[in-house]
Design a binder for this molecule. Structure first.
Ligand code: TYC
Length: 102
């Protein structure tokens, strides 16, 4: 129980834990070859951004090398990364998209 005599000083159930699922940042990486318009299209198509939003994030990646384009559950993040990598490969662009635990 909660530290009764029979527990011989072993503290149990100290903190009520509410388990939230971990979240994952999806990152887009810069490269020298993928056309800017292609990146804007990717952000509109797979991340539901407006054209203005997508253009802004694309420029951030272009200038800084990387940007977070969304935060999702593990399953959704994996799906997004897969969709972007597949779309880029099909169009023969070297665009890279990865995920990392927040
Ligand atoms: N740097 C690319 C260019 O000059 C544009 C670009 C932006 C590529 C963002 C990838 O994630 C990227 N054409």
């Amino acid at each position: 129980g909660r530290g009764s005599d029979s527990d011989a000083g072993v503290v149990v159930d100290t903190k009520p834990k509410t388990k939230r699922p971990p979240l994952y940042k999806v990152l887009l990486l810069n490269d020298d070859y993928t056309p800017m318009e292609f990146v804007v299209h990717v952000l509109e198509r797979f991340f539901g951004m407006s054209h203005a939003q997508a253009f802004e994030i694309m420029l951030t990646v272009h200038k800084k090398g990387v940007a977070v384009v969304g935060v999702f559950s593990h399953e959704i993040a994996e799906t997004k990364v897969g969709q972007v990598m597949d779309f880029a490969r099909r169009h023969q662009h070297p665009l890279q998209c990865t995920m990392e635990k927040e």
